[in-house]
Design a protein around this ligand. Structure first.
Ligand code: PEP
Ligand code: MG
Length: 442
């Protein structure tokens, strides 16, 4: 069964854990929209942003969903069907082959370690993360706990869930992000004002600070969970130092409250922030004195820096993380991390694109977090390149005047060597780079 829909909520997609579809097609969405993030996390073949899919496809039609190429083929003839089946089998064999290296260290050809962690939305994914060789969880999107229900999760429910995730990956670290509700992540249990631009409205840390009781409930649950593993807390959508200072005060209050009840918790809980608002990237040296670590959220950074809605299908091809403006923002954040000696990682979808990942290493990143399924291929890509050539490519990329030119640079340096990882099979010709999210062909 293949599901064809105008859109699927993250909760609809998550429901496919219980009733798996062979694939899905949506008319709305881009590579960084939450439906696509969930599809990749759950390893469900999907093509999103396929305009007119509902008009073109009828119940009972035979359809090929090619998530690697971003193609939907309706009524394929026998030859196309055979070809698709053969490609699918080659891809599965290839992915299994990559997975067999999951216990190998993640290092470049010159021996430099690059930590690969997993992004997680659902508790069940913690096991997937370990299975794919993740060195921890770099981003746990806790907002999915609040979505698709009418009441908010209480402290005990959250504590048990965070604890289970920590125990599943222990002794590896887990970075829990406080809820990023708002924007395209609606939660009916929050009374959010109707806004013209929800992505620019009351969301994430802004909402948390407006509803301190709800936020404190989450913080206390996290503080209690810290007794069971290596836990870090990360704040989404920070745009002013005031926000970080307020969150720190609330975290201290949550720790005191847990203490007073006589409940255990870690003495120190690192508090870091997402860098996903351009203001924070530009002021990274100032924020480096407020946060204990940075994680680059390029999905939103691209949206806000280029002023392109991350859900816009029409503009998807222009919303490139390889735009030189984004690379310069990243370079600025990495520099602040070095100058102030705080760790910098990235958890945006850019990290799971093999070509972009090489550039990120060249820009100085040594920790990448991505959907678990992408870890084996990025690990393999890293083994084929040296830091020196990544740095050389990054210097050239930073001097480019457009995303297209940056794409040419990374393709020239790395595409031939990574062609099998870019196509998802060692035998298929290189037809696309997945860096640019051009609308799919139908
Ligand atoms: C990001 O913005 O890059 C990110 C990782 O957060 P999310 O995709 O959940 O907004
Ligand atoms: Mg974000």
């Amino acid at each position: 069964m293949i599901i064809v829909a105008r859109d699927l909520s993250p909760a609809d997609t998550a429901g496919m854990v219980r009733e798996p579809a062979m694939g899905f097609i949506t008319e709305i969405g881009t590579r960084t929209s939450h439906t696509a993030i969930m599809a990749r996390a759950l390893e469900i073949p999907a093509v999103v942003g396929a305009a007119d899919a509902l008009l073109s496809i009828r119940t009972g039609d035979m359809v090929i969903v090619d998530g690697l190429r971003g193609e939907v083929i309706i009524h394929p003839d026998g030859a196309r069907l055979d070809d698709a089946r053969a490609r699918s089998a080659r891809h599965l064999a290839f992915a299994r082959g990559l997975l067999s290296a999951r216990d190998q260290p993640s290092v470049t050809a010159c021996g430099t370690p690059v930590a690969l962690k997993a992004n997680v939305e659902l508790p069940a994914e913690a096991i997937l993360a370990v299975d794919h060789g993740a060195e921890g969880i770099g981003l746990y999107r806790t907002e999915f706990l609040y979505i698709d229900r009418t009441t908010q999760p209480d402290e005990q429910e959250q504590y048990e869930l965070y604890r289970a995730v920590l125990e599943a990956v222990a002794p590896k670290p887990v970075t829990l992000r406080t809820f990023d509700i708002g924007g395209d992540k609606f939660a009916s249990s929050f009374q959010l004002p109707a806004e013209m631009n929800p992505a620019l409205g009351l969301r994430a840390v802004r909402l948390a600070l407006k509803q301190p009781d709800v936020f404190l409930t989450q913080l206390r649950a996290m503080v209690r969970a810290s007794a069971h593993g290596d836990l870090r807390i990360m704040v989404p959508m920070v745009s002013t130092v005031h926000e970080m200072r307020e969150v720190r005060k609330l975290l201290e209050r949550a720790m005191n409250e847990v203490d007073r009840r006589g409940q255990a918790h870690a003495r120190e809980i690192p508090l870091g922030m997402m860098v996903e608002v351009p203001a924070a990237a530009v002021m990274a040296d100032v924020f480096a004195r407020e946060a204990q670590f940075f994680s680059l959220g390029t999905n939103d950074l691209v949206q806000y820096a280029l002023a392109i809605d991350r859900a816009s299908r029409t503009l998807a091809s222009q919303a490139s993380p390889l735009d030189p403006s984004i690379l310069r923002l990243i370079a600025n954040v990495v520099k602040a991390g070095v100058d102030y000696d705080i760790p910098v990682s990235i958890c945006g979808a850019m990290a799971s694109d093999p070509l972009a990942a090489m550039l990120l290493v060249g820009l100085g990143l040594r920790e990448l977090s991505m959907e678990a399924a992408a870890i084996p291929e990025i690990k393999e890509a890293l083994r084929r390149v040296t830091v020196a050539e990544c740095e050389e490519a990054a210097v050239e990329a930073l001097a480019c005047d457009s995303a297209e030119n940056v794409e040419e640079v990374v393709a020239r340096y790395f595409a031939a060597r990574l062609y099998d990882l870019l196509t998802g099979s060692s035998e298929d010709p290189l037809v696309i780079t997945r860096t640019s999210s051009h609308p799919p062909r139908l």
